[in-house]
Design a protein around this ligand. Structure first.
Ligand code: PGA
Length: 266
């Protein structure tokens, strides 16, 4: 795992966008795994800016989002499809036919989940998967206890996740209790993974996920088994990492010796 501790959220977002941009330049028809939540918003703004100002091209890209609330239609302002349209898709030249966000209004949940997995396979697998991390250690909506081999399925959200998400809804009762989510096993099949986390309230769980034991109680800890993971945190979210000095040293050494590994591609 490569752990990058950025000074600020803006730097975290720019470094994350560098990694996605590098992937797109290497393979214009990349399959991107995308995430919602407040953390990746700055990264998406960077990508939109690079599209507008430098012509970063998404025309051949295919996207798969991690998750969606059950029973919210794509036009609901709190649906993840709506979030993606407004934060990214409406501002770049991605082909609408190549966008995949789990459909929360489906009647046939199991069939839909199987189809979603099949679509990912048909697209050739995910080249790079962007992730946030929940305060309970979830990646996508894989709440504690999710099998490390789990696939796309219906998941019941924890009380903590419902409370964390309540800020986006008028009333706590309106927060959906269920979601369709890629599984931990689905995520681990991505060729590359980029996890972003910011803010002091993520510090403890970031340290647990990266430096603690691999356990289904902290879904993000499963990333320790993946061969190509980059974690970018801001200073606050990285504050409890025991080996922070080493991660910073690695970053500086890489920059010095192999600038193309961490350098800006713009
Ligand atoms: P956040 O959500 O980016 O809004 O903190 C992260 C998550 O729950 O995956």
């Amino acid at each position: 795992m490569e752990i990058i501790i950025a000074d600020t959220y803006e730097k975290l977002s720019a470094l994350g966008a560098d990694i996605i941009q590098r992937q797109l330049l290497r393979k214009p028809s990349s399959v991107l795994g995308l995430a919602t939540g407040s953390t990746p918003v700055g990264l998406y703004q960077e990508l939109v800016k690079r599209h507008r100002e430098h012509g970063l091209d998404f025309s051949k890209v295919t996207t798969f989002n991690l998750d969606e609330y059950l029973d919210l239609s794509p036009s609901h302002p709190q649906s993840y499809r709506y979030f993606m349209d407004h934060n990214l898709f409406n501002h770049i030249n991605v082909d609408a036919q190549n966008i995949h966000v789990p459909y929360g209004h489906t009647e046939e949940v199991d069939e839909f989940c199987d189809w979603y997995e099949e679509e990912i396979r048909r697209a050739g697998g995910i080249d790079i998967q962007l992730l946030g991390i929940g305060a309970d250690g979830h990646i996508a909506f894989n709440e504690p206890g999710s099998s490390l081999g789990s696939r796309t399925r219906l998941k019941t959200l924890t009380k903590q996740t419902i409370d964390d998400n309540a800020r986006f809804f008028d009333k706590n009762e309106e927060v959906p209790r269920f979601a369709i989510t890629m599984g931990v096993g689905t995520i681990l099949e991505a060729k590359e993974i980029l996890l972003v986390a910011n803010g002091a309230k993520k510090a403890a769980i970031v340290a647990e996920a990266i430096e603690g034991p691999i356990t289904a109680q902290v879904s993000a800890s499963a990333l320790q088994m993946h061969r190509h993971v980059t974690v970018i945190v801001d200073a606050e979210a990285g504050a409890m990492l025991k080996r922070a000095d080493y991660y910073k040293w690695v970053f500086e050494e890489k920059k010095r010796l192999v600038p193309r590994l961490v350098g800006k591609v713009t």
